[in-house]
Design a binder for this molecule. Structure first.
Ligand code: NAP
Length: 316
């Protein structure tokens, strides 16, 4: 059989902890999983210390956790291909995934494509993206030494981004659309203690990114209680307003919920037999590294079971 005709047992799409956990389990089941580990970095690779991954008393760095998990899966025979899935189709006896360079056929598919940073869709945001507008303070914080930065959002990510910036910036201003954060108490407490350099503007929305043509110079904000519009000077704007599940190529082919997350049953199955989903792409609630890994494991065990069933029924 030539390479193009080969039908794999398992293909996993994704490059995060859900994908590598699924890869580890399917590799140990001798299913020789192929991981299409994409081109965009996963969320743990963009973070610093993960303090809530069990077994590491002093925490573990996110990128280290991902790199170790990848190597662990590869040790058992998983193969990581650095390509992104661009289209997907359901054929009679297999599923087909195409990247810009290759086409892959598989009996089972585990989707662990995660979620991407949400944007505000306001004037100036795209124009200055990468020139002062960012979605990753952990990556860019050092560029803001002795400069001013704004963080938008009220969740754990916003707290984490602000803490990362605090180490370098002259001043950090958090702008939140309500008068209460949704972040965990421990993260909020850390922020509230840093009054020397962290300001908070409540009940306000950023409505425009301002710049000088080359880089960001400020933002226009609207107070949602008074409707008053004002301008604040800043050098950088960090968006920490949540994520959007990466399910574009599955639209109309696999059932999604109203927000675009893949719908799964308790056993990580989608509505298509043989297709499973794990991690943030199917989780609008927990979105934790550990729950992602857990669903990666579930998806892998279910894919293995499905292949056994196909074989038992003579349909393999
Ligand atoms: P999130 O919890 O969904 O919070 C998003 C924040 O952005 C909310 O405060 C929301 O406001 C705000 N927001 C959403 N859309 C907005 C818009 N269009 N304009 C202005 N504000 C907007 O997202 P997250 O902070 O990325 O966290 C996601 C998950 O990852 C959570 O489960 C979190 O616990 C976890 N996480 C954990 C850690 C950690 O433990 N170290 C770090 C990062 C993330 P409202 O509050 O008004 O809805």
């Amino acid at each position: 059989m030539n390479k193009k005709e080969q039908i794999h047992d398992v293909i996993i799409i994704g490059g995060g902890i859900a994908a590598y956990t699924a890869a580890l389990y399917t590799a140990r089941a001798n299913l020789k999983p192929i991981i299409l580990c994409g081109v965009e970095p996963d969320q743990l690779s963009l973070t610093t210390l993960v303090e809530n991954w069990p077994g590491f008393e002093d925490g573990i760095l996110g990128p280290e956790l991902i790199e170790n998990s990848k190597k662990q899966a590869e040790k058992f025979g998983a193969k990581c291909i650095q390509e992104a899935a661009e289209s997907f189709s359901i054929e009679k006896k297999y599923f087909e995934i195409k990247t810009s360079e290759n086409s892959f056929k598989t009996k089972t598919l585990i989707i662990a494509t995660g979620a991407s940073a949400r944007k505000l869709n306001i004037p100036g945001e795209n124009k200055y993206f990468g020139r002062g507008v960012s979605t990753c303070a952990v990556c860019d914080a050092a560029l803001y030494r002795n400069k001013d930065a704004i963080v938008i959002g009220g969740g754990d990510s916003a707290m984490e981004e602000s803490l990362a910036l605090y180490k370098f910036a002259k001043k950090v201003t958090i702008i939140h659309r309500r008068n209460k954060f949704r972040a965990s108490k421990i993260m909020q407490d850390r922020i509230f203690k840093l009054k020397d350099k962290i300001d908070i503007i409540w009940d306000s929305e950023v409505i425009e990114v301002l710049g000088n043509g080359k880089s960001v110079t400020g933002v226009k904000i609207k107070n949602l209680k008074t409707n008053k519009i004002s301008e604040i000077k800043t050098d950088g704007i960090f968006l920490a307003i949540g994520h959007i599940p990466n399910t574009k190529i599955f639209q109309g082919k696999i059932k999604l919920d109203n927000h675009g997350y893949l719908l799964t049953d308790k056993l990580s199955g989608t509505n298509i037999p043989g297709i499973y989903a794990a991690g943030d792409v199917q989780d609008p609630v927990f979105k934790q590294a550990i729950t992602s890994a857990g669903t990666g494991c579930q998806a892998a065990l279910q894919a293995e079971k499905y292949l056994e069933k196909l074989k038992a029924e003579g349909k393999y």
